[in-house]
Design a protein around this ligand. Structure first.
Ligand code: NAP
Length: 246
């Protein structure tokens, strides 16, 4: 279904990004793995993608750095001939109650989660405009929709990402570029493994489907948004949360 297309997934050495990379590869896309320069997981993910019979490469770089992002996009276009799908997945948390939150923790989360996505969209839009086709998918969060005590920086960055998604959809629709977001709820990954049992239980009790999400639950919806099956969908935010927000 994605044969001959090329995708970039940021922060795809592990977790949700890795699941997305493997899912897109299983549908026939070439997938470029991006992660921070010190990542030890990116090469392994790349090998797993190649084993599925598609092209892959690791292009490390920090999404906060526009030069790194330009290298990521330009090298991909040079090596694979096009860039059809871009997934803004790289993200971090630095939780704490607002009165105690440092400026450093605010800036770090905003820089990676929001400015990083802006850098990527601005850069990838040029080749996608030339092709007159492209699908950009942003990994937001339900806390960007509903807020969450202890996550002022993270919830603001994800709410900002939702606004950025809608503006991108409006600015580039006439050029054939679609932009959508998914908003995961509680997904089992390194990011949520560190939460206390008490917080995990609170989430669990509030999820109507009665289970935590898996990384593949996110990858499946991203695959739909990446493919022509969602050709008439743009500017949308899809919650993937077992019914937590409705
Ligand atoms: P994860 O396991 O921590 O993965 C995040 C990945 O992003 C890591 O590989 C990380 O690299 C990479 N990364 C961090 N900073 C980066 C940067 N500046 N440039 C490039 N890559 C960077 O977390 P996850 O749970 O898979 O989360 C993936 C996305 O889903 C994030 O945007 C997150 O906010 C969102 N999300 C997750 C959940 C959840 O329940 N897990 C819920 C809602 C939304 P290093 O590890 O090497 O630092």
């Amino acid at each position: 279904m994605l044969k001959g297309r090329t995708a970039i997934v940021t922060g795809s050495g592990r977790g949700i990004g890795k699941a997305i990379a493997l899912k897109l590869a299983s549908m026939g896309a070439n997938v470029v793995i991006n992660d921070i320069p010190s990542s030890e997981d990116a090469d392994k993910t790349c090998e797993e993608v190649k084993a599925m019979g598609v092209g892959s490469a690791v292009i490390k770089g920090d999404v906060r750095n526009i030069e790194d992002v330009k290298t990521l996009v330009n090298t991909t276009v040079k090596e694979f001939g096009s860039i059809d799908i871009f997934v803004n997945n790289a993200g971090v948390t630095r939780d704490g109650l607002m009165l105690r939150m440092s400026e450093e923790d605010w800036d770090l989360v905003m820089d990676i989660n929001l400015k990083g996505a802006f850098n990527c969209i601005k850069t990838v839009a040029r080749p996608m405009m030339k092709q007159r086709k492209g699908s950009i998918i942003n990994i937001a969060s339900i806390v960007g929709v509903m807020g969450n005590a202890g996550q002022a920086n993270y919830s603001a960055s994800k709410a900002g990402l939702i606004g950025l998604t809608k503006t991108t959809a409006k600015e580039f629709a006439s050029r054939g570029i679609r932009c959508n977001a998914v908003a995961p709820g509680f997904i089992r990954s390194a990011m949520t493994d560190v939460l206390s049992d008490e917080v995990k239980q609170q989430y669990f009790d509030a999820i109507p489907l009665g289970k935590f999400g898996e990384t593949d639950d996110i990858a499946n919806v991203v695959a739909f948004l990446a493919s022509d099956m969602s050709n008439y969908v743009t500017g949308q935010v899809i919650n993937i949360d077992g019914g937590l927000v409705m």
